[in-house]
Ligand binder design. Structure first.
Ligand code: GLU
Length: 466
């Protein structure tokens, strides 16, 4: 069974790159009917906060990324790390070192001066020191040979072991270091597939050596290229990239964000739009890209617009609610929200755009845009609107057929084309010159509201001309 994981450090909100990594792992687990584990890498106690933990969990929940185990917290697993440290000490793969900082500093300076890489010289390797207040624990790295990373995305990468040194796995204060805890966690959690950003490639040889020292099976490693901004530098706010929750608050659909992020590093022919189910069904490691995805906010917006069209009215209505109440609108006395949504989903790129566009439906007294009123609420329109009112009031229902008949009658009475009649009606109903189709709006508003608005527009015109 495939076991994947997502191990964010709760030192910030979940950003697009991290979300994409989580998605890849989640999709692979779901595709293979495996397991997806969530782990908080919160050993940096100075920068990790419960608020960021909560924000990451909320982001994942919103994206619909569910986990089968966890969240585990590294900060609560120190006894496990101690146990594994002891294993490595007992098997001769680690040793205590009491070299003082001054000595290490002078090694570093010497290496820098000669243009070399600062490496610990192994002084304490065979001294058989016992633990004391002044000791760190170092990993005994091989002095010769090579460590090979057989990467599922990048192919074989060979690291010369002479590049490595005996790195510290437990600090003087007893806290374990990053590469060590990652391996202990991945081994003890049974992770057999590590898919992460290629900023971690350089950590991998150290991690492979720890696996070997523990006698543990290596997982499959897959390092995906990072997401970049338009200038091909690492993605940041500068490129208009925000946190996952910021996209939620701007009215993006989780399906759209997922679709867009997955496509930034994975492809399936020319297909651009995928439902969540399709992604689970089609996701495979072979189709992960070797070149970095470039973040494009306009493309993301376009993908969102597509998903708005695909979504059911009920789903959109549910998601739209907080945006409408955010606008201070009360929905109780207004038209049916799902019907409202059905008239707007083809025209709105985000939920927040949709909420703006839906305003007029829920405003008792629509405000007329000045230019619209000037042009379309004229004395002549008053005559047209009165006739429309007459027809609609006697109309048997507000179905498509009945509305068509009503407007045809007004066209015949006035000799005007539909467009001439529709524009004043539109302004009377919505206050604006652009809106969904007139018949759709009338249908959704229903007779009483629609007729009320038309009459009010007539009064508005009369009040202005008297
Ligand atoms: N905590 C690491 C990060 O946020 C992930 C480490 C890993 O995937 O091995 O970059």
């Amino acid at each position: 069974m495939i076991v994947t994981r997502f191990p964010p450090s709760p030192t910030g909100h979940l950003h697009l790159g991290g979300a994409r990594t989580a998605l890849f792992n989640w999709l692979y687990a779901r595709h293979t009917k495996g397991k997806f584990i969530l782990r908080m890498e919160d050993t940096d106690t100075a920068r990790s906060t419960p608020e960021f933990v909560e924000s990451i969990l909320e982001s994942l929940r919103w994206l619909g990324i569910d986990w089968d185990e966890g969240p585990y917290f590294q900060s609560r697993r120190f006894s496990i790390y101690r146990e594994y440290m002891q294993k490595l000490l007992d098997s001769g793969h680690a040793y205590y070192c009491d070299c003082p900082p001054e000595r290490l500093e002078s090694i570093r300076k010497r290496a820098m001066a000669s243009g070399g890489k600062p490496k610990y010289d192994g002084k304490c390797r065979d001294r058989g020191l016992k633990a004391s207040q002044d000791t760190v624990v170092r990993f005994k790295a091989p002095l010769i040979g090579a460590t090979v990373l057989n990467d599922a995305v990048k192919g074989n990468i060979v690291f010369d072991n002479t590049e490595l040194d005996d790195f510290i796995i437990v600090r003087k204060d007893g806290t374990p270091t990053y590469n060590f805890v990652v391996v202990v966690d991945d081994v003890t959690m049974g992770i057999n597939m590590i898919l992460r950003g290629d900023d971690h490639v350089m950590n991998t040889p150290k991690q492979i050596l720890i696996y070997k020292a523990l006698g543990a099976d290596l997982p499959v490693f897959a390092h995906v290229p990072m997401v970049l901004g338009h200038d091909r530098s690492r993605l940041s706010k500068r490129h208009g990239a925000l946190s996952v929750l910021a996209y939620r608050d701007m009215g993006y659909l989780p399906e759209a964000l997922i679709n867009y992020l997955v496509r930034l590093g994975w492809s399936y022919g020319d297909q651009e739009i995928f439902t969540r189910e399709e992604l689970i069904d089609k996701f495979s490691m072979e189709r992960l890209g070797k070149s970095p995805g470039i973040f494009n906010p306009e493309k993301l917006l376009a993908v969102n617009a597509e998903h708005m069209k695909l979504a059911s009215d009920r789903y959109l209505a549910e998601r739209l609610l907080p945006f409408l109440s955010g606008q201070g609108l009360t929905l109780e006395d207004g038209p049916n929200l799902e019907s409202v949504v059905s008239t707007l989903k083809e025209r709105s790129k985000t939920l927040s755009e949709m909420a703006d566009a839906a305003r007029f439906y829920f405003t008792e007294t629509v405000a007329y845009e000045e230019a619209a009123a000037e042009k379309f609420l004229t004395a002549e329109s008053a005559r047209i609107l009165r006739r429309v009112v007459q027809q609609l009031e006697t109309s048997p229902d507000f179905g498509e057929k009945a509305l068509e008949d009503a407007f045809r009658a007004v066209m015949e009475e006035t000799g005007l084309k539909l467009g001439k009649i529709a524009q004043p009606v539109r302004v009377a109903l919505t206050g604006k010159t652009a809106s969904p189709g007139i018949f759709e709006i009338l249908h959704v508003l229903g007779k009483a509201r629609a007729v009320g608005r038309l009459k009010r527009a007539v009064e508005f015109i009369e009040g202005r001309s008297s």
